[in-house]
Design a protein around this ligand. Structure first.
Ligand SMILES: C[S@@+](CC[C@H](N)C(=O)[O-])C[C@H]1O[C@@H](n2cnc3c(N)ncnc32)[C@H](O)[C@@H]1O
Length: 164
């Protein structure tokens, strides 16, 4: 007997249907441009960005949570960053950490065009020392630094349970 598929999006036809009806029509024009620029620059590596449905999910989630301070680790060219920043309040601040600014600069023009750059504090660094710096700069240690954190930094190790 065939095992059932774990997730509904494992069916290519259903994926196409859901993307076509629920995701692409709502994808921001500048977000489409980030995706296109990522493919042009990185080809197959573009698959390291979050999938478009996850971007949509992040936006919906942010609309519900309405976080003022948000942390993202693992920016790449900014697809998830854009999706999150778009749905945050105008006075929200998204601290974004990545070891490479070069990737981020591929998406940055589109983030600026969409008027989202003022919500983003990009830090070029490995995550751990950057987070240590943020903690050291905090005077009130009872204060919550972030309302929500999204970590998307090292997908290959997520599947390697011996290293988690
Ligand atoms: C899967 S990609 C992130 C995709 C991104 N969320 C998007 O939607 O396009 C992983 C990113 O994590 C970054 N990264 C890997 N190790 C890191 C670390 N220790 N600290 C911060 N960033 C890291 C990489 O440079 C890469 O840009």
């Amino acid at each position: 007997m065939d095992l059932p598929h774990k997730g509904i999006l494992q069916s290519p036809a259903l994926t196409q249907y859901i993307y076509g009806t629920s995701v692409y029509p709502r994808e921001h024009e500048q977000l489409k441009k980030i995706w296109e620029a990522t493919i042009v620059k990185y080809g197959n590596l573009a698959e390291t960005t979050v999938p478009v449905d996850e971007g949509r999910f992040l936006s919906l989630f942010m609309e519900i949570l309405n976080p003022k301070r948000m942390l993202e680790i693992g920016v790449f060219t900014g697809y998830s960053l854009f999706s999150t920043a778009l749905a945050m309040p105008n006075d929200g601040l998204l601290t974004a950490i990545d070891i490479s600014r070069d990737h981020y600069e591929v998406g940055l023009p589109y983030i600026k065009d969409a008027g989202l750059a003022h919500k983003i504090n990009f830090i070029e660094s490995p995550a751990t020392p950057a987070l240590n710096q943020l903690l050291l700069a905090t005077t009130n240690h009872d204060e919550k630094l972030f309302d929500f954190a999204f970590v998307d930094a090292n997908k290959t190790s997520y599947n390697n349970t011996t290293s988690c």
